[in-house]
Design a protein around this ligand. Sequence first.
Ligand SMILES: Nc1ncnc2c1ncn2[C@@H]1O[C@H](COP(=O)(O)OP(=O)(O)OP(=O)(O)O)[C@@H](O)[C@H]1O
Ligand SMILES: [Mg+2]
Length: 154
Amino acid sequence: MQLSLPDETATLALGARLAAGVRPGMAVWLVGDLGAGKTTLTRGLLRALGHGGRVKSPTYTLVEIYPFSSFNLYHFDLYRFIDPEEWEEAGFREYFNPESICLVEWPEKGGAILPLPDLEIRLEIDGEGRLARLYGRTEEGRRCVEDISESGSA
Ligand SMILES: Nc1ncnc2c1ncn2[C@@H]1O[C@H](COP(=O)(O)OP(=O)(O)OP(=O)(O)O)[C@@H](O)[C@H]1O
Ligand SMILES: [Mg+2]
């Protein structure tokens, strides 16, 4: 599935559509250059899930935790990730479990420490706007892409 996102509002809207498709247990990779819109997409998703507060980029903290009534959402940014030992010690591995949704910016920086994603979203700068490509990597991920493509006109 491929989508043109002409402005920030369109990225937020794709995040909101994603909210209708993600389920606890899913891991979502957000791949794209600096400024491609990964955090913006996450913000749209969190708002649609009912999070009323801020959504800050977890560049320095590696992860921000958003507790919802029936699951936790973990938003990772591995741009500055260097120490696989820290990953184990901090218990981040356990964050990937059937009761949580994990979104990961810069998954390529995590390499083999990360489990495989259900869904991969690739964002690309495209003139003034962005281009999004969605890939379902598991059955659950493919179901999610179907839900998202049925939820919008694009
Ligand atoms: N579809 C879009 N068209 C134009 N600008 C956009 C679009 N989506 C997001 N932006 C803008 O791009 C900028 C960077 O967005 P964002 O912080 O989400 O990027 P990022 O991929 O998380 O970057 P980083 O890798 O640095 O964390 C923001 O100013 C945001 O408003
Ligand atoms: Mg970001």
